[in-house]
Design a protein around this ligand. Structure first.
Ligand SMILES: Cc1cc2nc3c(=O)[nH]c(=O)nc-3n(C[C@H](O)[C@H](O)[C@H](O)COP(=O)(O)OP(=O)(O)OC[C@H]3O[C@@H](n4cnc5c(N)ncnc54)[C@H](O)[C@@H]3O)c2cc1C
Length: 394
């Protein structure tokens, strides 16, 4: 007869289990998102404008500098906590989620990792980002998306300044940001080895924010063109080393992808919360539709998908915090969580029937918001390419 399972058979808590502090952190953010964001979601989506007062509250709560060291005014927390925050906020609104995500997992993270050789730069900008300044990450251009290193924006050294010319496209937080990590080439003939990361302030002469995109989903998150016309950037505002921008771009995006996985996890969970409640309230044929096996199977499958996405996202975030290699796991987390988000939100609309197709109910917005997960910070094809390379040992 097989032995009864006891404590001694149970392995240590999985990397995905939350500590007491993390539970407290998550619950605080959950409460804030419900009280301060939820009431404004529909209006912000319709107007395609994010309420600045909510961003100010993000700063007051420390949500915009989760990993920034305490000495710079940040929370001194972990990457895992940043992902938890993105997940919780995205349950309520994916636009709010991506604002927090780009601030923490891309912009602040780039300064944390690559600003080590220039402490003054690191301190100056991380202090501002912890206090009141939104960050943005500007890599893509009209002609260079998946092939990001084909970028054309040019940086020429003239005395103690670089002069930048070019245009960036699709830049999240473009409207709200005060600080931009922007990639340009100092030597187009050097290919990717000319790419350099610059820190640009909104007020720098020659820098303007252009057209804001009118989008299908995450409508309240601003996505803008950036225009650089003889934009003067001090030499000291090179992040990392000249010619090493490609490394910064790749490695920061590897981390950021876990954040997008967390955003998509939140989107799936947010829609599911509505659908499982609705299924128990909506009556057809004299009973709640949740009593029909067809609906139960859909709910069961969605819950399983969400749990699997959570395990991938949490595991990748824990691996990053533990200093382990996480590139494959990050790509898998983003790939799978964005597939789950699209699948789950679509089914949630179906559970609502005709009502789900209208803007009177919240689920159609979750579906629109889910679509972006397969596109930004590397399309699903790019994630698959990374995973395939790594499993083949290349
Ligand atoms: C809402 C939004 C916010 C964004 N925010 C930012 C931001 O803050 N900062 C930033 O720098 N960028 C941002 N982006 C840009 C985003 O990262 C790019 O859109 C994305 O990388 C895809 O590039 P692309 O749009 O040029 O598509 P393309 O690269 O032209 O891809 C088109 C299609 O071809 C496929 N494809 C391309 N190459 C290959 C290949 N080798 N093998 C197989 N398939 C391939 C792609 O998977 C895709 O399906 C944002 C985009 C959007 C829409």
């Amino acid at each position: 007869m097989s032995e009864v399972l006891t404590e001694k058979h149970i392995s240590p808590p999985p990397l995905t289990a939350l500590t007491d502090d993390e539970v407290l952190f998550r619950d605080n953010i959950r409460q804030f998102a419900e009280e301060a964001i939820r009431p404004h979601v529909r209006e912000m989506d319709e107007k395609a404008v994010f309420d600045r007062a909510i961003i100010d509250q993000f700063f007051q709560l420390g949500i915009m500098g989760i990993e920034i060291p305490v000495e710079y005014g940040g929370g001194g927390g972990t990457f895992f906590e940043a992902c938890l925050a993105v997940e919780e906020i995205s349950k309520v609104d994916a636009s709010a989620g991506v604002i927090v995500d780009v601030q923490n997992t891309l912009s602040a993270n780039a300064f944390l990792k690559w600003g080590k050789n220039n402490k003054e730069l690191q301190k100056k900008y991380l202090s501002r980002m912890a206090k009141d300044t939104v960050g943005a990450y500007a890599l893509s251009e009209a002609g260079s998306g998946s092939d990001a290193f084909a970028l054309q924006t040019r940086a020429e050294l003239k005395g103690d300044h670089y002069v930048l010319n070019g245009r960036k496209l699709w830049i999240t937080n473009g409207k709200e940001a005060g600080i931009f990590i922007l990639f340009a080439t100092v030597d187009p003939s050097a290919g990717y080895k000319g790419i350099t990361a610059f820190v640009i302030e909104k007020e720098f002469p020659g820098f303007t924010v252009g057209k804001k995109e009118d989008k299908l989903g995450i409508r309240a998150s601003s996505t803008c063109e950036l225009i650089l016309e003889d934009c003067k950037v001090p030499k000291s505002n090179v992040l990392g080393e000249v010619g090493k921008g490609y490394k910064i771009a790749i490695e920061t995006l590897n981390e950021g992808r876990i954040g997008i996985g967390a955003q998509m996890l939140g989107v799936a969970e947010g829609a599911f919360q509505y659908a499982q409640k609705y299924a128990q309230e909506r009556k057809q044929f004299g009973k709640p539709i949740a009593d029909f096996q067809g609906i139960q199977f859909q709910l069961g499958q969605m819950a399983t998908d969400i749990e699997a996405a959570r395990l991938l996202v949490y595991n990748a975030a824990r691996m990053k915090d533990a200093g382990m290699g996480f590139v494959k796991e990050a790509a898998m987390a983003k790939l799978f969580a964005s597939q789950v988000a699209e699948r789950v939100t679509s089914l949630c609309i179906e559970i609502y029937g005709g009502y789900g197709f209208t803007k009177d109910y919240p689920v159609e917005k979750y579906w629109r918001d889910a679509k972006i997960g397969k596109i930004y910070e590397g399309t699903s094809n790019m994630q698959l390419q990374t995973i395939a390379k790594l499993v083949m040992g290349k």
